[in-house]
Design a protein around this ligand. Structure first.
Ligand SMILES: [Zn+2]
Length: 150
């Protein structure tokens, strides 16, 4: 059941788009590469993405796998939750068997989403560089900024 759902969800997922939500993917097809979000990947992108095979691999830190593995690594969640996340992303309904999140998992997710949101705010803020915040430092440390009222 879970493996069937996993196959459906992976098929419905655009791996390059998924990885592109976390790190910029350059190139297309078999040559698609990205700076790895899981280690301090500075100049040469070490993470390769094969959209055809639905897999990714980082030659720097050795992490890799499929779309579910990427979600598990990037969002610090388990297999079942990664299945739910990708199903929701693809607009699929996996039914009532979906995981009921425990409170700590929900809090982790909220923390991660908040930090990601603040990081994106900083990345899109042109004044960040003027204030001495180098992009690569901001990326490595996942630094963010807040908006009034946030
Ligand atoms: Zn890596």
């Amino acid at each position: 059941m879970a493996s069937q759902a996993a196959a459906l969800v992976k098929e419905a997922t655009d791996l390059v788009g998924l990885i592109g939500e976390v790190t910029e993917v350059r190139g297309t097809g078999a040559a698609a590469k990205a700076l790895c979000p899981f280690h301090a990947d500075r100049d040469t992108p070490s993470l390769s993405v094969s959209a055809d095979k639905g897999v990714w691999h980082c030659f720097g830190c050795g992490l890799g796998g499929d779309a579910l593995d990427f979600v598990q690594q990037s969002q610090a969640v388990g297999f079942r939750e990664s299945l739910d996340i990708l199903a929701r992303r693809a607009g699929m309904d996996l039914g009532p068997s979906s995981v009921r999140r425990t409170r700590p998992q929900r809090l982790d997710r909220i923390r991660w989403q908040t930090s990601e949101f603040c990081h994106q705010l900083l990345r899109s803020d042109p004044s960040a560089a003027r204030r001495g915040m180098h992009r690569s430092v901001a990326r490595d440390l996942r630094t963010g900024r807040a908006r009034p009222g946030l």
